[in-house]
Design a protein around this ligand. Structure first.
Ligand code: KIV
Ligand code: ZN
Length: 526
């Protein structure tokens, strides 16, 4: 991408589906990745880094599908400097309206000596060859000197100059291990601008990890030093402690616009919804006090604060909840609403659902509307996100019985539909009803999955609120997440567990012995 004419425009590069997907336990399938990518397009990000195509056949297919189906943002594929990585990235993104190849190699001596086990000269050669090879395919090429903030700035500048000479159009400066401090990171960029004047003609990007909780502060310091692309992820997910949080950066630039004069084209009203979608599909629960999108981000507990806000909102609020899309939860449907009303309400929420998907969504809606008096926008969103997970090739929960009593151990029996379409049954007597039903599902499917995390939340407030359960389990060493919603927590838990199991099975199948592991930082570069 050529540098925007407007010097105040900050490009938002979303890496939820690449660096974010590298978080332990996250295993999104293709439908889920596509759904997140469509929502990111609706949110208005400039670039979607859709994945690391060489890392697995599943990642390749997902990047390819996103490139073909998601309109608007640039679609980027990540590649090491290897020829086959760049070929795979190109083959995956080539059908996008605006494709990008993002290639990287480390410039820190720690990485060069211990991980790459090579020399600085070789790194220069690899960077040159990689950018040249990528540019032979496409004009839009991004180059990252990995672990730059722990590298010698003069050597990093040499490598960056090589990337520019070969035609890179974006230069990204990663704080790969989240080690930098804001003033140090800003100074690193300033020095690079001095050493490589050509950086002024391309887009300079920041990519900061949150190991010391400074990812957003460091990214902002980079922007103040002149960077105009920020790499970030929804809810700040990513390797280890994660990446800079997209919603925090966007709202920082939005809220302090009068002082900074910087703009993005993100539709801030889509932030909360994007956060909920990513949280649901990844199983990564958003902490209640998370800035911008946490449940309590706009809640006032102390009497003095409540009094102030009731008199004038701005006494204790620097942002308006509606600006981030948190306040919209009008009642949309009741138990007498029909299929057409449901379809219309879903369309208003941005979900185009028809055919068999609408039939299943309607069936689940009726079940829930029978138990709940009012079905709100947030209920519908949770329901559809839940229901769309029942894709082909997955296990689905058909029925369950749980006997719970304080006088004898709980017993559960389940019927699960296998990917082949047969119903298998299993039962178990466990420590609690949830334990019993999860083990009954293991017994029915013949899988030895181990529960690692279990979270329950309410979709909305109120006694008849829908319960939302997120589960992370481990299957044969592979972590996998799933979620489910229902007015009944046991049912929501069972749905979540069955989904996590399907994801685990799918993920294990995709881990072919020849494919490199999915983690970028862990991937050895010969
Ligand atoms: O953290 C990092 O250095 C990365 C690069 C691949 C940009 O994720
Ligand atoms: Zn990273």
């Amino acid at each position: 991408m050529t540098k925007p004419d407007d010097p105040h425009r900050v490009l938002i590069f979303d890496t939820t589906l690449r660096d974010g997907e590298q978080s332990p336990g996250i295993s999104l399938n293709m439908t889920e990745k596509l759904e997140i990518a469509q929502q990111l397009a609706r949110l208005g990000v400039d670039v979607i880094e859709a994945g690391f195509p060489i890392s697995s056949p599943g990642d390749f297919e997902a990047v390819e599908a996103i490139a073909r189906q998601v309109q608007g943002p640039i679609i980027a594929g990540l590649a090491r400097t290897h020829t086959q990585d760049i070929d795979a990235a190109w083959n995956a993104v080539r059908d996008a309206e605006r494709p990008r190849i993002h290639t990287f190699i480390s410039t820190s001596d720690i990485h060069i000596q211990h991980q790459l086990q090579t020399t600085r000269e070789d790194v220069k050669g690899q960077a040159r060859a990689a950018v040249a090879h990528a540019r032979a395919y496409v004009e839009d090429v991004e180059f990252s000197p990995m672990d730059a903030t722990r590298a010698d700035v003069d050597f990093t500048a040499e490598v960056v100059q090589i990337a520019l000479d070969e035609g890179a159009t974006t230069i990204n400066i990663p704080d790969t291990v989240g080690y930098a401090m804001p003033q140090e990171y800003g100074a690193f960029l300033t020095r690079l601008y001095e050493l490589v004047p050509g950086l002024r003609d391309v887009v300079v990007s920041v990519h900061c990890h949150d190991d010391l909780g400074l990812a957003v502060a460091n990214s902002f310091a980079g922007v103040q030093a002149g960077a105009r692309q920020v790499e970030c992820a929804i809810n700040g997910i990513g390797e280890r402690a994660g990446n800079a949080s997209l919603e925090e950066l966007v709202m920082l630039l939005h809220t302090r616009h009068a002082d900074l004069g910087l703009t993005t084209v993100v539709n801030t009203r889509e932030l909360a919804r994007t956060s909920r979608l990513v949280s649901r599909l990844t199983g990564y629960v958003v902490q209640p006090n998370k800035a911008v999108v946490g449940r309590n981000a706009f809640a006032h507990e102390s009497g003095i604060h409540q009094d102030g806000v009731l008199k004038e909102r701005t006494t204790y609020e620097i942002m308006d909840a509606t600006t981030v899309g948190l306040a919209a939860n009008s009642i949309v449907l009741g138990k007498h609403s029909g299929r057409h009303a449901l379809q219309q309400a879903l369309e208003d929420l941005g979900f185009r659902v028809s055919g068999q998907a609408l039939n299943t969504a309607f069936k689940r809606f009726k079940e829930i509307a029978d138990k709940k008096k009012q079905v709100t926008a947030m209920d519908l969103e949770a329901l559809v996100t839940d229901e769309l997970r029942d894709d082909l090739g997955a296990y689905t929960l058909e029925w369950f019985d749980v006997e719970a009593s304080s006088r004898r151990p709980p017993h559960a029996t389940v019927g699960v539909r296998t990917p082949e379409g047969t119903i298998v049954e299993g039962s178990f007597t466990g420590d609690g009803p949830v334990d019993a039903i999860f083990h009954a599902i293991n017994a029915a499917t013949g899988k030895d999955a181990k529960l690692r995390e279990f979270h329950v939340d309410a979709v909305t407030s109120g006694q008849d609120a829908l319960g939302e359960v997120s589960v992370v389990l481990e299957l044969g060493g592979v972590p996998a997440a799933g979620q489910g919603v229902s007015t009944d927590i046991i049912e929501a838990g069972a749905r979540a567990y069955v989904r996590a199991l399907s994801n685990g099975v799918r993920r294990a199948a995709l881990q072919t012995p020849d494919a490199p592991p999915a983690g970028v930082e862990l991937t050895p570069t010969p």
